[in-house]
Design a binder for this molecule. Structure first.
Ligand code: 5GP
Ligand code: ZN
Length: 123
């Protein structure tokens, strides 16, 4: 998609701090993090918003959701229960449309975590 910044990042035409790459997804650090850990899970395929996804995108959305806790764990904000006490954790977020606060119209899941307080509210 012309003039889509995340298509350009996915195509490596614009640099990013990459955390993970596979055939379907590129994951990179958000340029303006809301917390100590803030990365974006981005499909390589251009889809404008979550509202544009169809049943055919179900496997892709599932893959994004299942990857989030794995990468959060790698980056030090995984969720665990130790001796019955919940620890760590992260927020996953899709902004959709103007009222949803979406600025980049290429589907992405925010994964935000790290010790509270955070730098700013992610919503
Ligand atoms: P949205 O508001 O669309 O849900 O989130 C877009 C996110 O993309 C924002 O958190 C913003 O900081 C991030 N972002 C925008 N442009 C770039 C960029 O060029 N590189 C990186 N790494 N992140 C970006
Ligand atoms: Zn795009």
């Amino acid at each position: 998609m012309d003039n889509c910044i995340f298509c350009k990042i996915a195509a490596k035409q614009i640099p990013s701090k990459i955390i993970h790459e596979d055939d379907d997804l590129l994951v990179f650090h958000d340029i303006n993090p809301a917390a100590a850990v803030h990365f974006l899970i981005v499909p390589k395929k251009h889809i404008a918003t979550l509202a544009d996804c169809t049943e055919a995108d179900g496997a892709l959305l599932s893959k994004m959701s299942l990857l989030a806790p794995k990468l959060a764990q790698q980056l030090g904000c995984g969720y665990s229960v130790e001796n019955g006490e919940a620890k760590g954790g992260f927020k996953t977020l899709f902004n959709t449309g103007p009222d949803g606060g979406q600025e980049v119209y290429h589907l992405h899941m925010h994964v935000i975590g790290g010790p509270r307080p955070w730098t700013r509210s992610p919503v």
